[in-house]
Design a protein around this ligand. Structure first.
Ligand code: SF4
Ligand code: SF4
Length: 97
């Protein structure tokens, strides 16, 4: 039987190989369409409580390391009709995962 500690170690090892992304959201450009939230394969984007000048709720990033994190796939950036979200590779060393 796999103990919780072993499971955590396996998750951390897996996380060490996952690419990571830093997500940038230009909240004032967002029109709250929700496409980025719907299509994020890791489900790490959610609608925020904030309201921008246009009256929409922009997304925000909610990560749960080591596995539920932005993987820098770029879907959100490509799908956003208003260029309101973009992602850059996150530089991390394995101990920070
Ligand atoms: S880059 Fe990919 S994983 Fe990261 S927030 Fe955007 S869609 Fe989600
Ligand atoms: S896809 Fe763009 S406009 Fe739509 S909710 Fe996401 S950031 Fe806002």
């Amino acid at each position: 039987m796999v103990t919780e500690a072993e499971k955590q170690r396996l998750l951390e090892r897996e996380a060490a190989t996952i690419p990571r992304g830093d997500v940038y959201i230009v909240e004032e450009r967002c029109k709250g369409c929700g496409l980025c939230i719907a299509f994020c394969p890791k489900k790490v984007l959610v609608e925020s409580d904030r309201i921008n000048e246009k009256g929409y709720h922009p997304p925000e990033l909610v990560e749960k390391p080591p596995v539920d994190v932005c993987i820098n796939c770029g879907f959100c950036e490509r799908i956003c009709p208003d260029f309101a979200i973009f992602v850059k590779e996150k530089k991390v060393n394995n101990s920070e995962q």
